[in-house]
Write a protein that binds this ligand. Structure first.
Ligand SMILES: CC(C)(COP(=O)(O)OP(=O)(O)OC[C@H]1O[C@@H](n2cnc3c(N)ncnc32)[C@H](O)[C@@H]1OP(=O)(O)O)[C@@H](O)C(=O)NCCC(=O)NCCS
Length: 143
């Protein structure tokens, strides 16, 4: 339901990564006036640690920069150390600890990145219009 609503929303990009016609991962970023928020990012287990997450996130970040947005935030489960290490590698830092963020039980970390601090990779294609509400890219990062 959340994904379907995101596909319809004009201020949201839903990006799917394809490898040999298989869905390797997807990311959803919401763009505000001054900030962007990464709502979801996931890579299927067989495709992890191959740069798919990095390419998805960089593509979504580049859209923010093109729109004049230089601040991105996200929440990650406090127990998800792998994802936290990924985001740190991607230039994010922890902003605040949010106890009970998930269903009042599990804590989250809010992490953020200032996109001015490092140029985004301009080899990654910039998006065109969303024909069916979903952008896709192949393993070379092409839209
Ligand atoms: C987090 C996630 C999206 C990363 O995607 P990925 O495609 O595996 O990440 P990449 O291959 O682009 O990783 C880029 C770099 O991030 C770091 N990194 C990624 N996953 C890591 C892990 N589990 N542990 C430590 N470092 C990690 C590494 O430095 C990696 O570079 P390297 O492989 O050359 O060492 C993926 O593990 C995932 O889908 N996890 C489950 C869902 C999830 O936790 N989503 C985030 C919720 S907010």
């Amino acid at each position: 339901m959340r994904v379907a609503a995101s596909i319809r929303a004009p201020e949201v990009n839903v990006l799917v990564a394809r490898i040999h016609e298989n869905i390797a991962g997807f990311g959803i970023m919401r763009y505000g006036d001054e900030d962007a928020h990464l709502d979801l990012l996931a890579v299927a287990p067989p495709y992890r640690r191959a740069g798919v997450g990095r390419q998805l996130l960089e593509w979504l970040e580049k859209c923010a920069v093109v729109a004049g947005i230089f601040s991105v935030a996200l929440e990650v489960r406090a127990g998800n150390e792998g994802a936290q290490l990924f985001y740190k590698r991607m230039g994010y830092r922890t902003l605040v600890h949010l106890p009970g963020y998930y269903q009042g039980i599990e804590a989250a970390l809010r992490m953020g990145r200032d996109l001015c601090r490092r140029p985004v990779d301009h080899r990654i294609c910039c998006p065109g219009s969303k024909s069916n509400g979903v952008h896709s890219m192949d393993s070379e990062g092409r839209s």
